[in-house]
Design a protein around this ligand. Structure first.
Ligand SMILES: CC(C)(COP(=O)(O)OP(=O)(O)OC[C@H]1O[C@@H](n2cnc3c(N)ncnc32)[C@H](O)[C@@H]1OP(=O)(O)O)[C@@H](O)C(=O)NCCC(=O)NCCS
Length: 155
């Protein structure tokens, strides 16, 4: 597995991964395309790619991705998804560490919000050193649920 910046050619595979994860954020293709426009907001879009090539596949499969918005000095983690079959192998942590590395390099902090019931994601963030900073009642819709706010700052 290796982590690299995404390219526009990755968008269909990123969207396919995102659609397999009901708890992930869901973006339109247009929003993903904006990531690559030079005049758009500064974003980090990373993919974790398998090193194995499946027979008949056009390229290595994308096992996970992370997208974050940079408005210096802050980074907002907007989405982090690992393919269902590749979870619990440290991939989510690797992607998150790549963002924390970028935050350290820019002397920044990282914030995010997550559904209160999303125990896997909350455990991942807490293990990585994120601290809970708030709770927003009924923040999410369909189904309605509170958001838990987390922040990571350089130690
Ligand atoms: C959250 C998510 C990205 C985690 O990815 P992952 O690659 O499985 O995470 P890791 O293997 O790096 O796990 C790191 C730690 O997080 C915690 N964790 C991850 N999945 C967990 C689960 N299902 N239950 C409990 N803890 C979990 C554990 O503490 C784990 O460490 P451990 O395996 O040593 O116990 C993945 O579950 C996912 O894609 N979920 C759907 C999309 C989503 O909800 N994204 C968050 C949007 S805010």
């Amino acid at each position: 597995m290796h982590i690299r910046p995404a390219t526009p050619a990755d968008i269909p595979r990123i969207m396919s991964l995102e659609r397999q994860s009901p708890t992930a954020g869901h973006w339109t293709e247009g929003l993903y395309r904006q990531v690559f426009r030079p005049e758009g907001p500064v974003r980090l879009l990373l993919v974790a790619e398998s090193r194995d090539l499946k027979p008949g596949a056009e390229g290595p499969s994308i096992l996970g991705f992370l997208i974050a918005h940079h408005l210096a000095p802050e980074w907002e983690l907007e989405n982090l998804v690992v393919a269902p079959g590749a979870r619990r192998k440290g991939l989510g942590t690797c992607l998150l560490e790549a963002l924390l590395h970028a935050a350290r390099e820019t002397n920044g902090s990282v914030f995010l919000e997550v559904r209160e019931s999303n125990a896997p994601a909350r455990a991942l963030y807490e293990n990585a050193g994120f601290k809970q900073t708030g709770r927003r009642h009924s923040y999410y819709k369909s189904p309605s649920e509170a958001a838990i706010l987390y922040r990571w700052t350089v130690a």
